[in-house]
Design a protein. Structure first.
Length: 222
């Protein structure tokens, strides 16, 4: 049988093909399928964690299973830093990239970034609960937080070829009972270094903003 010059067989075949595409792409209701659950350490912080950083996250939060961490934090954060830099601001609101927490507990590790001024650098001054390390422009870590200061020259950051953009990454716990020990400090710096390295690469910072592939865990005299 033919309908307006088109065979019934062709109509049915086309309908079947369209249904198959629909089922593969969406739920046929105009909505995309929900993002798969991202609950492993490696999937936290928008896939910015190195194997060492993922193990460090498991160690400090004492779990291998986390609450779902949706994608998009890396792009959202770097776009916000570029926008802040274009405004000419030297110190800006913080932009959180990720919050990683065990699925069964309320403790949370947050990593966020902002621009800073040179006057914000500790410059060797001791901050409560933090110990200095030889990494980036300055770095420090303690039982509840860690900070990493870098300078970035990138085509995405207008004028940074003359004055590099100052960017600070910070990791902190909502609550933590971790001891102030070398392994804990190094674990926090390992996590923060990995996320910061992903940020500087996303921004296109020259020479990875002075960061090496692995974190420098050399403490400085206090």
């Amino acid at each position: 049988m033919r309908l307006l010059g088109i065979s019934v067989e062709r109509v049915l075949k086309g309908a079947a093909s369209g249904l198959a595409v629909c089922l593969l792409a969406t739920a046929c209701g105009g909505e995309e399928e929900p993002e798969p659950e991202r609950v492993t350490a490696e999937q936290q912080c928008d896939d910015t964690l190195s194997p060492d950083a993922a193990r460090a996250l498991e160690t400090v939060l004492k779990t291998k299973r986390f609450s779902h961490d949706p994608r998009g934090g890396l792009e959202r954060t770097t776009d916000a830093l570029v926008a802040d830099h274009e405004k000419g601001e030297r110190r800006t609101p913080t932009h959180y990239l990720c919050k990683a927490n065990p699925s069964e507990l309320s403790d949370t590790v947050t990593v966020e970034f902002r621009l800073y001024r040179d006057a914000d650098l500790p410059g060797g001054a001791r901050l409560a609960g933090l110990h200095p390390y030889e990494m980036g422009v300055e770095a420090m870590s303690g039982p509840r937080r860690a900070r990493l200061y870098i300078r970035c020259t990138s085509p995405r950051l207008q004028g940074s070829d003359k004055r590099p953009a100052r960017i600070m990454g910070e990791l902190y716990f909502i609550r933590s009972e971790l001891p102030d020990t070398v392994p804990v400090r190094e674990a926090h710096l390992t996590i923060l270094h990995s996320v910061t390295l992903a940020v500087v690469r996303k921004l296109g910072c020259e020479g990875d903003a002075g960061l090496t592939e692995k974190p420098v865990l050399k403490p400085l005299p206090e």
